[in-house]
Design a protein around this ligand. Structure first.
Ligand SMILES: *[C@@H]1O[C@H](CO)[C@@H](O)[C@H](O)[C@H]1NC(C)=O
Ligand SMILES: *[C@@H]1O[C@H](CO)[C@@H](O)[C@H](O)[C@H]1NC(C)=O
Ligand SMILES: *[C@@H]1O[C@H](CO)[C@@H](O)[C@H](O)[C@H]1NC(C)=O
Ligand SMILES: *[C@@H]1O[C@H](CO)[C@@H](O)[C@H](O)[C@H]1NC(C)=O
Length: 572
């Protein structure tokens, strides 16, 4: 018997009931299972019988020898039988050992089979009995029959219960009364279907239910229907029943909302971005560090910090790990990155602002030119996009099934423009900016479109921002007093990382801070970090959620934050 221990629809565990102790009481052993059971059973039995035989031989030979006394006076015949006994004993010992070994190998084999979860629920399993655990996605009773759809994450299969000798009418009633989204265990026979089942992911088969158990029931009234929450945003309204679920209802009931195929995929892509970020940088020799989130002062002298009470005084939530990354560089870690929560007390209720998000930050010492760092970050993104494209194609497709969007385009190596080139592009499109003006959000959007039209890329680097629009710690361009060694990077016309070469000379840093009218006392610890020698370095901070949102072409950052925090939302 094949046991789908955790209702793997796509991947059913091929396991033997015997070893599956949790479900042993549910199972009636059949076909393969019983054969394996007997096979396994006989081996164990043989081992036990041989063991007993061995003990018997030992005991009898011992008593025949008359205890411990050496049998010197005994006749030759008895000597012979003693030898024969010893031989017998050895043979039995060997056989017992062998049987024991074989039994052990068999157990290991069965455990290995149990862990091998790669059998898809499809036609090959026809007439096999399987155990499935999943959610009751939908159910529909029709006279003496009940159709259900069992869902496991994003995968679904149709189940059918029909009243017959084995299945009573009460059972049909029981099944049709199970609330949607309840967790159920089903024992069923796999059957191929004459015509494809369009509404399920397992299209060629259905399962004929023999037993069904409710493992955990859902409340009868759901605050939102999974089908409604999963409906493509672009589906044409033929029926007049095109129900959509609004964002607040989704976020208020996030555990239900997260069960849709698109959401299942979004957070797997997000995990992929984190994993790729870590893997790519680790391979490039970066060290992952962890920085404190509770700090004594706004580290870069910025505003918009959350104040928290800290024993008898106050502390702040870190807006960025920048100071700590830079201190790690001053402490000779050479290349560091960190993944962690970042807090912004900004009352911005936009599609792209959160008050808490995940920062993917990196900082790197360089030898000759800060472009070593810009190139490293650019390369990291190219590899990241390749990794997503190659390893997350199913997830990306699942998201796009609900939210249609053009696939993400990028160049290898990435495009790098300088700020004056951007000004020029915008001017050609009729938007005039001064050479020391910053880009507004709408300028950035427009620039993204212009760059896409001209270079066919959704990702690019904009280098050499005007010094006047960057923070005090930004290194000026030695060749142009109005420019700086700083950069932003964009995806689909929105900024995803801001970075720069940082000033590593304490006196120059003090001078620049004064120029910006910053109280030196307040940033003393930041400046002091560079008093014992620090290599030239640059870095940047990436917003994880923004990368995921823009890569997938989604329109709101709350879609890619599992439990988003914004000025109006603190729960769930
Ligand atoms: C499954 O059972 C049906 C009905 O007993 C039979 O017609 C069919 O050939 C079987 N299929 C397999 C693959 O054993
Ligand atoms: C249907 O389910 C409800 C609980 O969800 C239960 O109270 C009721 O007894 C069930 N009815 C039948 C006929 O099983
Ligand atoms: C909406 O759906 C139609 C039909 O599937 C498709 O042709 C069209 O491109 C979609 N529009 C958008 C904006 O995704
Ligand atoms: C400054 O100009 C020199 C000479 O053209 C060049 O080699 C160097 O890379 C420039 N420095 C920066 C930071 O752009």
């Amino acid at each position: 018997m094949i046991v789908g221990r955790r209702l793997h629809l796509r991947h059913i565990d091929a396991t033997v009931a015997l070893l599956d102790t949790c479900y042993l009481h549910y199972c009636t052993v059949s076909s393969i299972g019983s054969y394996r059971l007997i096979f396994y059973g006989t081996r164990v039995l043989t081992a036990i019988i041989l063991k007993f035989l061995l003990i018997y031989i030992r005991v009898t030979s011992f008593s025949k020898m008359g205890g411990e006394k050496p049998a010197e006076s005994t006749a030759g015949g008895e000597e012979l039988s003693k030898k024969a006994l010893k031989k017998q004993q050895k043979v039995a010992e060997k056989a017992a050992k062998k049987a024991e070994r074989e039994a052990q190998v068999q157990v290991q084999q069965d455990i290995a089979d149990q862990q091998d979860v790669s059998i898809e629920l499809h036609q090959k399993l026809e007439n096999k009995t399987v155990w499935l655990r999943g959610r009751l996605h939908t159910s529909r009773a029709k006279g003496k029959q009940c159709f259900i759809v069992v869902r496991q994450q994003s995968y679904t299969v149709q189940g059918l219960a029909a009243a017959n000798e084995q299945i009573s009418k009460q059972m049909i009633k029981f099944i049709s009364n199970i609330t949607k989204e309840s967790i159920i265990d089903v024992e069923a026979t796999v059957k191929t279907v004459p015509s494809i089942i369009e509404s399920c992911t397992q299209k060629g088969v259905e399962v004929h239910i023999q037993k069904i158990f409710v493992v955990s029931a859902a409340k009868p009234q759901l605050p939102l229907q999974i089908e409604d929450a999963a409906r493509p945003v672009n589906e044409s309204d033929d029926t007049g029943l095109n129900i959509k679920v609004n964002q607040d209802t989704r976020l208020d009931n996030r555990i239900l909302d997260l069960r849709t195929p698109a959401n299942q995929a979004i957070f797997r892509v997000e995990a992929g971005v984190c994993k790729l970020f870590r893997d790519i940088l680790t391979k490039k020799g970066f060290v992952e560090i962890h920085t404190p989130k509770i700090i004594s002062a706004a580290s870069e002298g910025g505003a918009n910090v959350f104040t928290v009470s800290y024993f008898k005084g106050n502390a702040y939530l870190a807006q960025s790990p920048q100071l700590y990354k830079q201190m790690a560089i001053a402490a000779d870690f050479d290349k560091v990155f960190t993944v962690g929560a970042v807090f912004r007390a900004e009352d911005s209720n936009t599609h792209r602002h959160l008050t808490e998000f995940v920062g993917l930050d990196l900082e790197m010492a360089f030898k000759y030119h800060y472009h070593e760092v810009v190139d490293t970050i650019g390369q990291m993104f190219t590899e990241l996009f390749k990794g997503l494209r190659d390893n997350y194609a199913d997830e990306i497709a699942a998201v796009h099934q609900q939210y249609a969007m053009e696939p993400f385009k990028f160049l290898d190596p990435p495009l790098r423009l300088e700020f004056p080139q951007a000004i020029e592009l915008l001017a050609e499109a009729g938007v005039t900016l001064g050479e020391e003006d910053d880009l507004s959000t709408s300028d950035e959007k427009l620039l993204g479109k212009l760059v896409k039209a001209k270079y066919d890329t959704d990702f690019y680097i904009l280098d050499k921002y005007p010094l006047a629009v960057r923070p005090f710690y930004t290194m000026p361009d030695p060749n142009n007093s109005k420019a700086s060694n700083s950069y932003d990077m964009f995806m689909r016309g929105e900024e995803i990382i801001s970075g720069a070469q940082r000033i590593h000379d304490p006196d120059f840093l003090t001078e620049r801070a004064k120029h910006h009218g910053i109280d030196i006392e307040k940033i003393k610890s930041y400046i002091d970090a560079f008093r014992y020698g620090c290599p030239p370095h640059a870095g940047g901070g990436i917003g994880l959620e923004r990368v995921v949102m823009l890569y997938l072409g989604l329109d709101n950052i709350r879609k890619v934050s599992m439990f988003p925090r914004d000025p109006k939302r603190l729960t769930p």
